[in-house]
Design a protein around this ligand. Structure first.
Ligand SMILES: C[S@@+](CC[C@H](N)C(=O)[O-])C[C@H]1O[C@@H](n2cnc3c(N)ncnc32)[C@H](O)[C@@H]1O
Length: 253
């Protein structure tokens, strides 16, 4: 993808979609490689703090589902009931293609029947208001500009009392950890990605991480978008954050 970094950082949806279409064949492999497998643990942690294992019925939205790994964790955590459905949404057809293919390979027939894959934009979700019991968004919000627009749209489709989980890269607090993180993602990862002709795409991912918010700022943005009772955790020496929020009767909008 030969587009300047400043253009990509404006996060215009068509360019972001093309970027994910382009990296889709390498996405899972690069995730495992660049995070040494820890990305799986961050998704498991997010599902754990969400409390969805208590859910007896309802619909869960996995927004920006990519190749489906977060969706598969959500399905695993709700195995106890056939009354919990999962809708996995992404705007990249090629990421969704891989998610569907992987689902057929690894899911049981019961789980396949509980999941639906939908191509749609986070800014304009094709679901009625108050229809979701919970919404997850894993490593997706960073690519949405402005994030408040997506968070408000999620707020609309989530039921009162429903929860939001935002899993995203974050800025470590300590200088040394920040320095190591920045060096690794902006110098080492793009070098590896260049082996597959994806240097620009992974440079963008590194820059967008670097320019993303600290957890306090992310909390403020989530609050500004109508959510309440916000809690957050930083993982992996501050390089990842999980925010949990609730849609209450009296939004902050
Ligand atoms: C880094 S991937 C994350 C995939 C997955 N959630 C995971 O945990 O690996 C980000 C995904 O967000 C999707 N995405 C970005 N902006 C979007 C938008 N505005 N609407 C829908 N999907 C979007 C991309 O297509 C991509 O698949």
């Amino acid at each position: 993808m030969e587009i300047s970094m400043s253009e990509l950082l404006k996060k215009e949806p068509t360019l972001i979609r093309e970027l994910f279409d382009e990296i889709s064949p390498y996405y899972d492999f690069m995730n495992e490689l660049m995070t040494f497998g820890t990305i799986r643990w961050t998704r498991k942690f997010s599902v754990h703090v969400s409390g969805i294992t208590q859910l007896e019925e309802g619909t869960i939205l996995d927004l920006a589902c990519g190749t489906g790994d977060f969706t598969f964790e959500i399905l695993k955590a709700t195995k106890h009931t056939s009354e919990v459905k999962v809708i996995a949404v992404d705007f990249s057809e090629r990421m969704l293609f891989r998610a569907r293919r992987k689902a057929k390979r690894i899911l049981t027939r019961e789980d396949l029947e509980r999941v639906e894959w939908v191509r749609a934009s986070a800014f304009d979700l094709p679901f009625p208001s108050e229809s979701m019991s919970a919404t997850f968004i894993g490593y997706g919000i960073r690519n949405m500009n402005p994030p408040q627009a997506a968070l408000r749209e999620i707020h609309r489709v989530t039921k009162t009392g429903g929860i939001l989980i935002v899993l995203e890269s974050s800025i470590p607090k300590r200088y040394l950890e920040r320095f190591v993180n920045r060096f690794y993602f902006s110098k080492v990862v793009p070098k590896i990605a260049s082996l597959f002709g994806l240097k620009n795409a992974y440079q963008y991912l590194a820059e967008s991480m670097d320019k993303f918010y600290c957890p306090e700022k992310m909390e403020a943005i989530i609050k500004m978008s109508g959510w309440q009772n916000i809690k957050w955790w930083q993982l992996l020496r501050g390089s990842v954050a999980v925010h949990r929020a609730v849609k209450t009767r009296h939004p902050n909008i």
